[in-house]
Design a protein around this ligand. Structure first.
Ligand code: 3Y8
Ligand code: NAP
Length: 248
């Protein structure tokens, strides 16, 4: 058995530790988005595969017997590519999906279907907005330059940010509520824009926004292909052992 673990989330690290403890041969895969990704207890590869064709070739060349997709809910292209490549190669695929966050008492959410619609959901009058969606979609908010934006990025930007009024925090999660509450207060934030990532690593800001009574513009997850799903590392190990018993 040789498992390709598509990573980049807190849960992927948990699965990597479980597979290593179980003595299951595993390769952990990062896209190479950040300068210094978190080390893992199993061999790591970094960078894209080169689309579906590249992934198909990788699965064959590396004799991968199983794929676990533990990528972030918004990494939908990787999700679709993994599904297509595994179907083509007859390699079993399991999606490790964490439940989406749901609004609770005290939440002031405006739910939008895409990142593009999040900007339009901001008020017309100038606000102070914590843009907690990382680096890759910041430019879309240049359409609303009247706001002051607080940006939190994993790595310092390599080019000027196209938002005239912004503050920058360079930090890597997982984050905690005390840190996030303090940051929202210090920057006098009135609105928060977030992806519905689910999980524990990014939830602190949502809990802090609830405590402070802030408006949250919550971006829904993109569609993913229908695949077998698990919600924790134990279920991944069970799937692998069951799959081995069935000789696949
Ligand atoms: C490169 C690997 C671990 C994994 C930790 C989780 C939690 C902390 C919170 C905020 C929101 C955001 C962002 C975020 C979080 C975890 C998890 C998560 C959100 C690393 C990582 C990689 C990435 C890629 C990065 C994206 C960006 C998104 C920042 C490592 C740290 C906003 C998503 O600069 C860039 O290009 C960053 C790109 C994709 C989204 C974006 O559009 O900018 N994650 N994040 C992975 C790879 O190369 O394959 O560097 O160690 C992983 C984590 N980030 O092991 O502890 O499990 O989700 N990541 C979001 O959820 O909204 C920050 O600030 O509150
Ligand atoms: P994406 O848009 O779904 O994927 C774009 C391309 O990046 C893929 O086609 C693939 O390139 C490559 N790729 C993505 N994940 C990969 C992985 N784990 N290993 C190897 N190649 C990968 O992905 P994304 O949203 O940019 O996310 C990139 C990484 O950051 C993922 O590991 C994801 O788990 C992590 N992450 C993303 C977010 C987020 O908000 N999007 C949040 C936290 C963590 P090729 O086509 O060349 O194979």
């Amino acid at each position: 058995m040789r498992v390709l673990l598509l990573g980049g989330t807190t849960e992927a690290g948990t699965v990597a530790r479980a597979l290593e403890s179980a003595g299951i041969e595993t390769v952990f895969s990062y896209a190479g988005r950040t300068n210094a990704p978190v080390a893992q207890p199993v061999p790591v590869r970094v960078g894209g595969f080169g689309g579906v064709a590249g992934l198909v070739a990788y699965l064959g060349r590396e004799r991968i017997s199983h794929v676990v997709d533990a990528t972030h809910p918004f990494a939908a292209t990787m999700g679709h590519n993994a599904h297509t490549a595994c179907m083509q190669m007859g390699v079993p695929l399991l999606r490790l999906e964490r439940p989406a966050w749901v609004p609770q008492t005290g939440d002031r959410w405006t739910q939008v279907p895409t990142i593009e619609r999040a900007c339009a959901a901001l008020p017309h009058d100038p606000a102070r907005v914590f843009l907690a969606i990382g680096r890759m979609h910041l430019d879309q908010f240049a359409a609303a330059p009247q706001h002051h934006y607080l940006l939190r990025l994993v790595d310092a930007p390599t080019r000027p940010v196209a938002l005239p009024h912004h503050s920058l925090v360079v930090a890597r999660g997982p984050f905690n509520m005390a840190q996030d509450t303090d940051m929202l207060r210090v920057h006098a934030i009135t609105h928060l824009v977030a992806k519905n990532a689910g999980g524990s690593g990014a939830v602190a800001k949502i809990e802090a926004a609830r405590a402070l009574g802030l408006h949250v513009i919550m971006i829904a997850r993109p569609q993913r292909p229908r695949t077998e799903k698990a919600h924790d590392a134990g279920a991944v190990l069970h799937w692998l052992s069951h799959s081995a018993e069935r000789g696949v």
